[in-house]
Design a protein around this ligand. Structure first.
Ligand code: RM4
Ligand code: MN
Ligand code: MN
Length: 444
């Protein structure tokens, strides 16, 4: 028998309340509207054989981690347009992350990036996180920029795969330091994305670069705590434009096999060749037990870092279809790292993070609606059209009320963007968060 979770219980109460006439006395108009709409919707779901409570519970248990680097305004290599009231340091970023989580209740974890996140006192940020119901997710290293005041050693020609061993050692050392930071924060993985590659044919010896990658990463892997994962993130291009060392999922898979069980592949949705079948990659990595996690975003052309689900929500749904299928078959690892990796160049980062987190939750719940047994039947009997229709039926289904009900049951906002706008948060913060030198250059 399935054990009742805390959320099952809460949901049961709320659903009970919605059915009781007159219980709405102390509720706001929007609460009353939600409860009455949901009660109709619930009967429709139940009549259609859908498990309404189960779906609300799944939506309540959904969570995705927020990138600390996505809380400030992003930019392109041309310009950055900073917004008043954006966070200036890690504590202010945590303050924004905490507000975000209080609105939508599905983003309790923050992923830090070093040295972008300058931490002077770890106990200060740990205490701050604890008292604001936040936790820390994967730690990210940065060997794509030179350290401030570092003049002798440069990552200009690579980091972990540099031809010069002193540069490689510096990059390894930095990653080991990130593991130490992560241990303090309670992280369970190190995400490793390196910029290494080449801009000219002939510039880099392919197989020697691979050897150096394996050699350097093996040194990092050796220091990985027992219950940690090393998440290898591949990327097709940029900042190297002719070739990159870990350029695709196959290479990443080979690296992870070489390193050992604790090395897994992280799929950033923007790091593939245009039109790549990303859901297929996810399915394969799941099958080979090498999927480690995600960096969610959306893109049109490359690593655009646009908001998840904004350009191609169907692709996002198909990715979640793979995850939900593995869940249905009992093959979904419960320790995958689900993170957002976006650059908010023209929107308020908090609004973009609200919107994209909800799009992820939506894709997950829609993928839960797929009738797996009929899909398998159509697959088995080679009926492509009906198989597609089985997916489309779920994708076309509007699950907004399920998401709202889940958010409401967790104590979040029914309409979080409106609630956020009504707070006038940025305006208020701009009065206390004064920038001395508001940089207009750089990606984040
Ligand atoms: C890279 C990659 C990494 C991220 C940096 C900022 O393209 O996606 O995950 O840490 O950008
Ligand atoms: Mn990424
Ligand atoms: Mn990227």
């Amino acid at each position: 028998m399935r054990i009742l979770t805390r959320f099952d219980f809460v949901t049961a109460i709320i659903i009970f309340c919605t059915l009781q006439k007159g219980i709405n006395v102390n509720k706001s108009e929007s609460e009353k509207k939600l409860l009455s709409e949901f009660s109709l919707f619930k009967s429709f779901l139940d009549q259609s054989g859908m498990d309404s409570e189960g779906l609300v519970n799944k939506a309540m248990n959904f969570s995705v981690a927020i990138p600390s680097w996505g809380l400030g305004t992003g930019g392109t290599r041309f310009a950055r347009f900073p917004m008043p009231g954006e966070p200036r340091n890690i504590i202010e970023k945590l303050e924004d992350a905490s507000l975000l989580n209080s609105l939508i209740k599905i983003t309790p974890k923050v992923s830090l990036h070093f040295p972008w996140d300058e931490v002077r006192d770890f106990s200060e940020i740990i205490d701050y996180a604890l008292s604001n119901q936040l936790e820390f997710d994967s730690v990210n290293s940065n060997t794509f920029q030179d350290k401030k005041n570092e003049t002798n050693i440069s990552y200009k020609f690579g980091s972990l795969t540099h031809t010069n061993s002193s540069v490689r050692d510096l990059a390894i050392e930095h990653n080991l330091q990130c593991i130490d930071y992560g241990l303090k924060l309670g992280s369970k993985s190190l995400t490793l994305w390196i910029p290494d590659g080449s801009n000219f044919p002939g510039q880099m010896h392919t197989s020697r670069a691979l050897d150096r990658y394996l050699d350097s990463t093996a040194k990092i892997y050796k220091h990985l705590p027992e219950d940690w994962f090393l998440l290898l993130e591949h990327k097709l291009y940029e900042p190297s434009f002719y070739s990159t060392v870990n350029n695709d999922w196959g290479t990443s898979y080979a690296f992870s096999c070489h390193l050992g069980e604790k090395a897994k592949c992280l799929v950033d949705l923007g790091h593939h060749a245009p039109n790549s079948n990303i859901e297929g990659i996810v399915g394969r990595l799941l099958k080979f037990k090498k999927l480690g996690g995600f960096h969610f975003n959306d893109s049109s052309y490359g690593d655009d870092d646009l908001d998840a689900g904004s350009v191609n929500p169907f692709r996002l749904f198909l990715i979640y279809n793979e995850l939900s299928d593995a869940e249905y078959c009992g093959d979904l690892p419960n320790d995958l790292a689900y993170l957002i990796d976006q650059s908010h160049n023209i929107t308020d980062p908090i609004e973009s993070l609200i919107y994209s987190s909800l799009e992820l939750q939506r894709a997950y719940i829609q993928s839960q609606l797929i009738n797996r047994e009929s899909l398998y039947y159509y697959q088995q009997n080679n009926d492509p059209l009906m198989a597609l229709e089985e997916l489309k039926k779920a994708f076309r289904f509007d699950v907004s009320l399920i998401l709202k009900m889940a958010r409401y049951s967790l104590g979040g906002e029914i309409d979080p963007i409106k609630a956020y706008r009504d707070m006038n948060y940025r305006q208020k913060k701009s009065e206390v968060r004064k920038f001395k030198n508001n940089s207009s250059i750089g990606i984040v």
